[in-house]
Design a protein around this ligand. Structure first.
Ligand SMILES: C[S@@+](CC[C@H](N)C(=O)[O-])C[C@H]1O[C@@H](n2cnc3c(N)ncnc32)[C@H](O)[C@@H]1O
Length: 324
């Protein structure tokens, strides 16, 4: 059965491959400046993502990398910058014209970057809903600004596929728009706006729940930034809608018995005069040294009502370390 919004999405990206559209998506991160990395202008013009999914600390020990929804290939080039091995990165896309454009852009990238070889990236035709990739074969999987387009059933399937191809402890790094306000049915059902990453976004916690329901035991919210405004003059909405863009890393850790660990940038600080505070559950706090905690641990520590324990709010900029 063909689902019409998925067909509309393919057509939108066939068009965007043939006629690059600057500003089709609204990237919220600056173009990377790294020693020896020269990103061809055509890749920058075809940057159809929101945040970034390339984080050097995910890329130690020669990981096998999968990137779904290739666009102009900019993030594939960035992953290859760290990986630098033949077929070290697999890029999957369902739109032939996008794969062709990406391949052409790699030829330019080869001219501009002496270290880069086109065969560092293996481009494959395939669907996010049925990945042409073996079970448990990938260390780091990524997608930028594709999954927000999917409706619930397809999103569930796309996450299931990512979970399937990841090795145990493998990481799924994603960037997508999110929106806390309710959108009108007209906006939700507009296939073109959905394909353009404007009307499919979920509230952050609904998005996280989809990820943890897929089985990921740990989730890190690494960044959250303003993305777009949809205003009543230009879109079918009665109120002004504020859309943000998030960067998330979901780790294929076993699911803890008491539920997933979700890090949103909270920290616990003990400010008493004892040598340390120990909750006897593995969290030892030294005086005035913040310990990054997942939301579950933050809630458990708050419940203690300890007079010398401070739990900070979520910053939504979690940067590693801490409990669990
Ligand atoms: C919003 S663009 C993002 C491109 C790229 N990730 C970036 O950040 O520039 C969505 C990409 O997903 C591809 N795509 C659309 N539907 C897909 C599907 N069902 N499976 C795999 N790729 C798909 C499009 O061709 C396009 O390359």
């Amino acid at each position: 059965m063909s689902i019409t919004y998925l067909e509309t999405t393919k057509n939108v990206y066939k068009e965007a491959a043939e006629n690059p559209q600057v500003g089709l998506c609204c990237t919220t991160t600056p173009i990377w400046q790294l020693p020896g990395l020269d990103i061809p202008v055509i890749m920058q013009r075809m940057n159809y993502g929101c945040g970034s999914t390339v984080h050097p600390r995910d890329l130690v020990n020669n990981p096998k990398i999968l990137y779904v929804g290739v666009g102009g290939g900019m993030e594939l080039l960035q992953f290859a910058y760290f990986s630098r091995q033949t077929n070290g990165v697999i890029g999957v896309d369902v739109v032939d014209e996008m794969l062709e454009a990406c391949n052409r852009n790699f030829l330019e990238a080869e001219q501009a970057n002496p270290w880069f070889k086109k065969d560092f990236v293996q481009l494959k035709k395939g669907d996010a809903l049925n990945l042409p990739v073996e079970d448990a074969s990938i260390d780091v999987a990524a997608q930028n600004c594709l999954f927000n387009i999917f409706k619930q059933e397809e999103l569930k399937q796309a996450l299931k596929e990512m979970y399937r191809v990841l090795k145990p402890r493998g990481r799924l790094v994603m960037s997508d728009p999110t929106c806390e306000q309710e959108m009108s049915k007209e906006l939700r059902e507009d296939e073109r706006l959905r394909a353009l990453c404007l009307s499919g976004s979920l509230p952050l916690w609904d998005y996280i729940k989809m990820i943890t329901d897929a089985g990921f035991g740990t989730v890190e919210i690494r960044a959250k930034r303003p993305y777009r405004i949809l205003d009543p003059k230009n879109y079918p909405t009665k109120e002004l809608l504020f859309i943000e863009s998030v960067e998330v890393c979901a780790i294929k850790d076993p699911m803890p018995e008491d539920g997933p660990c979700v890090f949103t940038g909270k920290a616990a600080i003990y400010y008493g005069n004892e040598e340390c505070f120990d909750d006897n559950k593995g969290h030892v706090l030294l005086p005035n040294q913040p310990l990054a905690v997942c939301d579950k641990t933050a809630a458990a520590l708050s419940k203690l009502n300890h007079p010398e324990l401070f739990i900070s709010d979520s910053t939504y900029f979690y940067d590693g370390g801490g409990c669990c």
